[in-house]
Write a new protein. Sequence first.
Length: 338
Amino acid sequence: MSETHVPQIQLQGLTKIYPIPGGEVQALNNINLTIEKGDIFGIIGMSGAGKSTLIRCLNRLDTPNDGKILIDGEDILAMDKKSLLATRRRMAMIFQQFNLLMQKNVARNVRYPLEIAGVPTEEADKRVMELLEIVGLESKAKSYPAQLSGGQKQRVAIARALASNPEMLLCDEATSALDPMTTQSILDLLKRINSEMGITVVLITHEMAVIRQICNKVAILDGGKLVEQGTVDDVFMHTKSAAGKRLFGILPDTEKAEIPTQPSLRIVFDGASSGQPIISRLAKELDMDVNILSANMHQLNDKTYGQMLIQRPADPADVKRVMEYLRNNGLNVEEVHG
């Protein structure tokens, strides 16, 4: 008889209500969520959706009014202090504003959790340099936070978070204060940490680009409610909720798709033809010119989604050849008329 699978993180009926003058605000409303070990799980929503409340409940910085938070099947809301402390050590957190100790240099910031844990000085020094190497800041060990860029500060925060060998890394808008190029480098670092160290990453964000670049699963929060969850591909391609459509809308709505002014072929890219230069190959292999009329394309986890309109060839035989070629390459294609 096989053992029952237990997810690494599971939220069941999670509810959080904050009292306010004259009433209350329901920040989380019956959230049910499953995160598997090794996921890079994105939780996205607009401001006020409940994202930060959720992650604060997850690491017990806040206490929900109702529901369960299961870590490997154990409800942390029912744990005694000793068990809760041991579980919280398995989680590490990085924040939007870095939260570094400004009076300590980089090495001392990274060493701080090791000092609290009573790790011997020599062992701690060795571990600090290992961590700084992981985040690419070996040369900044003696620098102070005020001397660092925003991206470097976040790398120090990540190194510090990794000091206690966590199994889960919780990121609360960790790239929101960074420019696009720096954001990309931090996301690449998180992806490498996930793949090389096997650490589960939970990303709270309001930025679609963050989800598109590194997450394998996503949940959408809207007004404290979980409105969609699943693999990134599935949620992006088949967005059903109003919040999801506002945030994503990757594939065209065929009812509202662009109507061309001349006879055309509409090609829908659904991620199946990842990285393939289909149109240039078509022109070369079929020895015909291809006139692209419009395109609305997005990249998601190295896959291409969206649609393209190309001019329909005048010869019906060429139309048939083009459509067969595209379909044989896994693309959806249809004739549309202006």
